[in-house]
Design a protein around this ligand. Structure first.
Ligand code: NAD
Length: 308
């Protein structure tokens, strides 16, 4: 029988792509419940799903920040959830001094507590049946901090710690956990976010910090998305593989071109190598950052090209 896959945040980006790819599985291994907070936005998903709609894909309302919405959604699902994909998430970028506590709490409510809420809801059923797979769309920012992304990274670190801890217990119940860690993904959302923050005020932030953010970070970030960014389709493909594997991995990065950056942390347990390299790339050699990233993008990282 096909496995029932529940995915959060399917109105756009990675969630939408994943829902469509799973629903169109040539071997029809999945029955996809593609959920979104606002059903008014289901048009794009439905168009992309095509013939799968109503067959291997159904659309349902789900706000990961609401107990009632989660209960309502699960009560409408026929049978049990075999695979849960925690994909819904929000970003937050900018100088800390200019961000409200409410905005920060919203990031944790959505990214962290949203995932925890869903897990609590499906876990009793999975444990009873002694089977299940919980997939979490984390980020490379769940593995290492990134300048001006403190709160977003913290929410993804929280997910990494939570799910790694839970994985130990759940192995005893034959339930697998997989943290998928994309690097930059060129979704509409990222473009809009960077656009918005470039004109935002960030009240209470000093001039130096503002200029580091606007004149160094934002151009570097745009360049990063441009040079090593993946498409949501590519990320979804990796997640499809993870879901289809008999022994799913606990962690899976999706972007080989970004791994040299994540390796910096693994190479030096003191943390200095990663923090100092990131600092130098942003504050000392911003031109080199772009050059280095272009090298990453064309896979010539091992033979860096120096400026002539
Ligand atoms: P996206 O904005 O297109 O998708 C996020 C989805 O979550 C949206 O459809 C949004 O409506 C939904 N969402 C937000 N709050 C919700 C709530 N309370 N209830 C239900 N749904 C809600 O962006 P995306 O890039 O596809 O993001 C998907 C996941 O991938 C997120 O968890 C994000 O943190 C992660 N991620 C993104 C990137 C990137 O560069 N875009 C990189 C690494 C990880």
């Amino acid at each position: 029988a096909p496995r029932t896959v529940l995915i959060s945040g399917c109105s756009s980006g990675i969630g939408l792509e994943l829902a469509v790819q799973l629903a169109r599985d040539p071997r029809q291994r999945y029955q996809v419940v593609a959920t979104m907070r606002d059903l008014g936005k289901k048009g794009t998903l439905e168009a992309a799903a095509g013939e799968a709609l109503g067959q291997t894909l159904t659309v349902a309302q789900l706000d990961v920040c609401s107990d009632e919405s989660v209960a309502q959604c699960l009560s409408c699902i026929q049978g049990e959830v075999d695979v849960l994909v925690n994909n819904a998430g929000v970003g937050l970028v900018g100088p800390l001094e200019g961000l409200s506590l409410a905005a920060m709490q919203n990031v944790f409510d959505t990214n962290f507590f949203g995932a925890v809420r869903l897990v609590k809801a499906v876990l009793p059923g999975m444990k009873r049946r002694r089977q299940g797979h919980i997939v979490v769309v984390s980020s490379v920012m769940g593995l290492q901090g990134v300048v001006f992304n403190e709160v977003y990274a913290a929410s993804k670190f929280a997910m990494e710690g939570f799910f790694e801890s839970l994985a130990v217990q759940l192995l005893q119940f034959n339930i697998f956990i997989s943290l998928v860690e994309p690097g930059p993904v060129a979704t509409e959302f990222e473009g809009k976010l960077l656009e918005q923050v470039s004109t935002a005020e960030f009240p209470g932030t000093d001039g130096d910090t503002l200029s580091y953010f606007r004149d160094l970070y934002l151009p570097a970030s745009r360049e990063l998305f441009h040079s090593v960014g993946q498409s949501p389709q590519d990320v979804a493909k990796v997640i499809v593989k993870v879901i289809g594997s008999a022994r799913p991995p606990l962690r899976r990065q999706t972007n080989a071109r970004y791994t040299p950056l994540t390796a910096l942390k693994a190479m030096d347990p003191s943390g200095s190598l990663y923090v100092q390299t990131s600092h130098r790339l942003l504050f000392r050699w911003p031109r080199l950052l772009n050059l280095g990233l272009r090298c990453l993008a064309c896979s010539c990282f091992r033979t860096p090209v120096w400026p002539r």
